[in-house]
Write a protein that binds this ligand. Structure first.
Ligand code: ADP
Length: 404
């Protein structure tokens, strides 16, 4: 089975065309700057053939047309006919409380997604645009939604309720949802395979550290707590997002700096985190470089970032009652030995003993703890697209004739 995986953002569409049976990426690419006169399509085939096209792509409907055209292209494509696409799997950011797993997209599912627009105003509308474009260009081909929030939907109320009037949860759905669920699920299942243990037997802490950062506490295959909240702003320090802060700070800043709600929202989402503290960059590589050149603010940014990951490992250890394994993933989690070293230093009391040499190893799936470490730590590259393709294939294989 071959699945087209789509991630439709506000001004971009990322895609991978995956042969599910051998888990092979046949082609992948992206269209950036949708809606502008100079949109850029980059496309790469499994054999390394690459193209880049610049032109006007006004909306998601035209963007999907381009993706299909390049997949069908005589010189750069991988299929001869659209019917070779057996299904489409969409990354959907917010499933609200309606989805605790991936689902076949029907008209009633689209309606629920639209009802949830308020929860993810930047992400869900382009997701739905992508779904509608595929309905138009690939009629009859099943589409599935794989939600960033779904894996966290089994959290208990004590983990998802905030200490605000309960009526706000009932009337406005204000609660912790958590995000990056596809990544947390992928790496936690993968680590169980690598450890050769049943997934349901393990207590796992996953750290997804990329531009956006979040952690999850996974107990017997269930995410029982996570650091992101009602929106992806809560929890860890991120590239440009502040993570946990005293909720009265935005109100105080609005009064002191005479700025609007929109401006303080931008400040917390775009000008905080690593870039906010360092004043240099949202990129951890730049932060580490400047820190090594004795830049004080860069050092603070690095330390706050690592301290918060460490703090949540402790919190989640208490929540889980035991840890079997910790997993690092995402651009920073996979690549920065410095961050892993700082986070995992002095954690012997929790049973974590970092092997400093293994921690320096690059690339691929690897364990980085000593042989006598009670708690194992792994680095596992995340692969959300593969999980979306696998989930989509599973749903489509199980469809009854009435559903097709
Ligand atoms: P996204 O959340 O956008 O998918 P990624 O998971 O690709 O982002 O992570 C991007 C971040 O990974 C970059 O901002 C950079 O800080 C970090 N990163 C990538 N390579 C390294 C590296 N070698 N050392 C430290 N940080 C790195």
């Amino acid at each position: 089975m071959k699945v087209l995986v789509l991630n439709c953002g506000s001004s971009s569409v990322k895609y991978q065309f995956i042969s599910v049976d051998d888990k092979k990426v046949l082609a992948k690419g992206s269209i950036e700057r949708i809606g502008m006169s100079s949109a850029i399509l980059t496309h790469e085939r499994y054999d390394g053939d690459k193209i880049k096209i610049t032109g006007e792509i006004l909306d998601h409907n035209i963007a999907i047309e381009y993706v299909l055209a390049v997949l069908l292209s005589k010189n750069h494509g991988v299929i001869k006919d659209k019917s070779e696409i057996n299904a489409v799997g969409h990354r959907v950011v917010h499933g609200g409380e309606d989805f605790s797993g991936s689902t076949l997209i029907t008209d009633s599912v689209i309606k629920i997604l639209q009802d949830n627009f308020e929860l993810a105003p930047l992400h869900n509308p382009p997701n739905v645009k992508g779904i509608q474009a595929c309905k138009r260009h690939l009629p009859g081909i099943p589409q599935c939604g794989v939600f960033d929030t779904a894996f966290h939907q089994k959290m208990p109320p004590k983990a998802f309720l905030y200490g605000i009037p309960y009526q706000l949860y009932k009337s406005h759905k204000i609660r912790r949802y958590g995000f990056h669920g596809t990544s947390h699920l992928f790496v936690s299942q993968r680590v169980a395979e690598l450890m050769n243990k049943p997934y349901e037997s393990l207590k796992i802490i996953t750290c997804h550290l990329g531009n956006g950062c979040s952690m999850a506490a996974i107990d017997h295959g269930v995410s029982i707590d996570t650091t992101m909240g009602f929106t992806p702003l809560e929890g860890l320090l991120m590239g440009t997002r502040c993570g946990d802060i005293d909720p009265s700070i935005p109100l105080h800043v609005m009064a002191k700096e005479d700025i609007t709600l929109a401006e303080v929202t931008t400040m917390l989402n775009k000008h905080s985190g690593l870039v906010g503290i360092s004043g240099i960059s949202n990129d951890m590589r730049e932060i580490i470089k400047s820190m090594n050149e004795d830049n004080k603010q860069a050092k603070y940014a690095f330390e706050v970032f690592c301290y918060r990951v460490k703090k949540y490992i402790g919190a989640f250890a208490a929540t889980l009652g035991r840890i079997d394994v910790v997993v690092f993933t995402g651009g920073i989690g996979e690549n920065s030995w410095e961050v892993r070293k700082e986070v995992l230093s002095n954690m012997e009391f929790l049973g974590i003993k970092l092997d400093e040499e293994k921690n320096l190893m690059k690339d691929g799936e690897r364990e980085i703890t000593t042989t006598d470490s009670m708690v194992k730590v792994f680095v596992i590259p995340t692969n959300e697209e593969l999980l979306i393709a696998l989930d989509t294939a599973k749903i489509v294989r199980d469809l009854t004739p009435q559903q097709i």
